[in-house]
Design a protein around this ligand. Sequence first.
Ligand SMILES: CC(C)(COP(=O)(O)OP(=O)(O)OC[C@H]1O[C@@H](n2cnc3c(N)ncnc32)[C@H](O)[C@@H]1OP(=O)(O)O)[C@@H](O)C(=O)NCCC(=O)NCCS
Length: 184
Amino acid sequence: MLVYPLTENAELRALEPWRADEFADYIARDREHLAPWLPWAQALTDVDSTRAWLQRYADSTAQDMGRIYGIWLDGRLVGGTLFRVFDVRASTAEIGVWLSAEAGGRGLITLAARRMIDWVFRERKLHRVEWRCTPTNQRSQAVAKRLGMTLDGVLRGAFPHNGVHHDVQVWSLLASEWQDLEDR
Ligand SMILES: CC(C)(COP(=O)(O)OP(=O)(O)OC[C@H]1O[C@@H](n2cnc3c(N)ncnc32)[C@H](O)[C@@H]1OP(=O)(O)O)[C@@H](O)C(=O)NCCC(=O)NCCS
């Protein structure tokens, strides 16, 4: 995938190490908005740490594991998605997402996640896609619901972040359910 159009002015592209400067600028702009939910938004504080993180994803992509993508709106990087987990043997992938507040409310994340789920199920023939978020993250839960996911349950105190052991909701979608949703 070089570029996948989401809308007439928004695109999903692979977020590769050569884009570290652009991604570091994006994180610096959006840090306050992302940091309550995403530990990497606190940890990646300069271009070198950002490039190293993107390189880990590039290496993981080469091994057919995790992957990371960016979302550009009118040519500006405004968010992204990733496969935090992409495990062919376990037939499971986990999607993560983020977006600038000013790019929200247009469905860009839902459209990007749909494209990723479609790829997981139709092209890669995996069985399960997961979505994890804290119970307080209403907007993330809204996306999971919009994607037709089911809440499997809650992992109590499973996410240590900012000195708190947060609960984690696990949402999922199975390949057969995706087919049903697409057929409707
Ligand atoms: C979670 C997050 C990515 C959700 O962003 P979002 O803008 O709500 O999600 P979408 O891009 O899918 O947009 C959905 C909105 O667009 C609207 N929309 C417009 N066109 C749409 C379309 N074609 N398809 C779907 N929704 C559409 C929806 O009705 C919804 O509007 P609402 O917010 O008024 O209910 C964002 O809040 C965020 O980055 N938060 C901080 C980081 C974070 O929490 N990441 C997740 C960690 S688990």
